[in-house]
Design a protein around this ligand. Structure first.
Ligand code: ZN
Length: 148
């Protein structure tokens, strides 16, 4: 715990919950405190279904969201990501995606050397956050298009 010395990675997560579930920042915080016995929510930010951005851990503190990389990353969690059969699906709202762009843009200003990853890049067993980060980055103009 404590302050990170480096921030090489911005990790995007989802809560892996269905849209109809009433899940927000406080719900996730409660899960982390009760089930994982954390002292705080594991993420640095949560983006709720309506696009509200809630601050979790202080941005320079260690998070608890990605095994082996918490010392060098910040974690952003979008609420949603599962369909009604519990399969991973990109069902995030337009406001959530807009606020993700805003947050990632801010992070890249703070830590220009950082790379943006999905949880699945860092843990092959995960499908979190249920969408393709490279595609999203390209779509939002964070990645230079590769010309022929
Ligand atoms: Zn995750």
């Amino acid at each position: 715990m404590g302050k990170r010395k480096e921030t090489s990675t911005i990790v995007v997560h989802c809560s892996a919950t269905k849209p109809e579930q009433l899940v927000d920042f406080e719900t996730i915080k409660r899960w982390h405190l009760m089930e994982r016995a954390f002292i705080d929510i594991g993420y640095h930010w949560v983006i709720e279904r309506d696009g509200s951005v809630k601050q979790g851990r202080p941005i320079d503190d260690w998070g608890a969201h990605v095994k082996g990389h918490n010392h060098e990353s910040v974690g952003i969690c979008l609420v949603g990501g599962l369909d009604s059969d519990c399969h991973p699906v990109d069902n995030f709202t337009e406001m959530q995606k807009r606020m993700l762009k805003f947050l990632v843009g801010g992070c890249l200003q703070l830590w220009p050397e950082a790379v943006v990853k999905g949880h699945y890049h860092l843990n092959k067993d995960k499908e979190c956050p249920s969408f393709d980060i490279e595609d999203w980055l390209a779509q939002e103009g964070f990645v230079e298009e590769v010309s022929e």
